[in-house]
Design a protein around this ligand. Structure first.
Ligand code: ZN
Length: 218
């Protein structure tokens, strides 16, 4: 599997945090064109962010719609465009703003009507508040807040974003501590989005795969 550095700088060959390159298929015709994400589960595991959140973000910032039932977004999208969007997302919503390591877990604090999004870093232990950077990041913050308010589960697969020599198989779940406080019965359940497999070494394992053409257009 092809990978790219999570900080967007592919010239840094020693950079240890990697994620899979987007593999997409553009299908449909005319106004019905849509993009299928073939490896969104692997990307979700590398970022430790739920598929639903990443897909909603990519749809939102590209002016498209997320069709959750099919794990697709409307319109044609290519890996280069998606890479730009996700690198900006990583910078502001995945990396710890103190230590720069992508091992943060988001949670809500403050009052119910106007909760604040915070990231706890498992590496340096700092808790930092999500900061607005531009309209795209505002959308990302909004999507994550809504997901957590609805009681969405935030699974963390330890070690999947770090290239390791040994698979740890070690994963833990962070159940939203605030899920009850923020419970909104009208929101739809996000249960269907939880990854169904335990972590099994992530990128270190799949990197052995040979990918012929990551840009898998029909
Ligand atoms: Zn940190």
């Amino acid at each position: 599997m092809s990978t790219m550095n999570m900080n967007g700088n592919d010239n840094d060959t020693n950079y240890r945090y990697k994620m899979p390159v987007f593999k997409v298929t553009v299908a449909g015709k005319g106004n019905g064109v849509y993009t299928i994400f073939n490896n969104i589960d692997d990307i979700s595991k590398a970022l430790n962010h739920p598929v639903e959140v990443i897909m909603k973000y990519l749809a939102s910032v590209s002016g498209s719609s997320y069709i959750q039932a099919r794990e697709t977004i409307t319109g044609p999208h290519n890996p280069a465009e998606l890479k730009e969007f996700i690198m900006e997302y990583n910078k502001h919503l995945v990396f710890c703003s103190k230590c720069g390591i992508p091992e943060t877990v988001p949670s809500l604090s403050g009052n119910k009507k106007n909760p604040k999004l915070e990231f706890s870093c498992s590496a340096c232990k700092n808790i930092t508040e999500a900061k607005s950077a531009n309209k795209r990041i505002d959308k990302g913050i909004d999507i994550i807040v809504k997901y957590l308010k609805a009681g969405g589960e935030w699974k963390v697969h330890k070690g999947t974003c770090v290239k390791q020599t040994k698979a740890s198989g070690d994963s833990f779940e962070t159940s939203g501590d605030l899920s009850q406080e923020f419970e909104e019965p009208n929101e739809t359940s996000a249960d269907s989005n939880e990854p169904n497999e335990e972590s099994s070494g992530g990128l270190a394992q799949v990197s052995a795969e040979e990918e012929s053409n990551p840009f898998d257009f029909i």
